[in-house]
Design a protein around this ligand. Structure first.
Ligand code: FNR
Length: 186
């Protein structure tokens, strides 16, 4: 769709066979035509250093620019030690500074947490919401998305094989599309 809303999909795992990335790809593939979703890579980001604030290193500047150009954001993340993986927190910090020039501000957002475990990354999901409240990102409230048992959802080609999860993600992305429409800036 020509005027589809640009959505930056940020995945909190750098692992090649990441379940979170597989969930993200499944969601991108089922997105309605009103959303143009793209995974924005965070693997090349250096660790944030506040000394950059006068001049960001090029990969950090490029990432912040990608977020600035997006109209909405979707996080798909594992849980590390009951919180957000450091690589994702770093990406959030990179695009949030200098103070007053955050690229996240006001963009409708949502989070899907993913885990092979039964709790579905609840801790990461909630910690991410805490940062997003501060960053003025209105986060989709319902449905909440805690994807547990992620090691059983995909075949060897990385295709989603669980009908229940497919139906849930379809419902989720539909609710997210409505959320984006309601909260996007233009
Ligand atoms: C984990 N894992 C994990 N799982 C969970 O449900 N809660 C947790 O707190 C943690 N903590 C944790 C810490 C660290 C450092 C690692 C490496 C892993 C397991 C994690 O869910 C599993 O490795 C997933 O496969 C990671 O997600 P991706 O990479 O598959 O998207």
């Amino acid at each position: 769709m020509a005027n589809a809303r640009k959505v930056a999909v940020v995945v909190g795992s750098l692992r090649k066979e990441s379940f979170s990335l597989k969930v993200a790809k499944a969601v991108v593939a089922m997105a309605p035509p009103t959303l143009a979703m793209e995974v924005v890579d965070i693997a090349q980001l250096p660790l944030f250093n506040q000394d950059w604030e006068s001049a960001y290193p090029p990969p950090a500047a490029a990432f912040k620019q990608r977020i600035a150009e997006a109209e909405a954001v979707l996080f798909v993340t594992p849980e590390y030690n009951r919180s957000v993986p450091g690589v994702l927190k770093n990406a959030i910090d990179v695009a949030s500074r200098p103070y007053g020039q955050s690229a996240w501000s006001g963009k409708p957002g949502a989070v899907i947490s993913v885990s092979p475990g039964a709790i579905g990354g609840f801790g990461a999901n909630q910690h991410l919401r805490q940062s997003m409240v501060f960053l003025d990102v209105p986060m989709l409230q319902q449905p909440e998305a805690y994807i547990g048992g992620a090691n059983k959802l995909f075949d060897a080609q990385g295709q989603l094989v669980s009908d229940d999860t497919r139906q849930f993600l379809q419902k989720f992305v539909q609710a997210y599309a409505e959320w984006v429409e309601r909260h996007a800036k233009r």
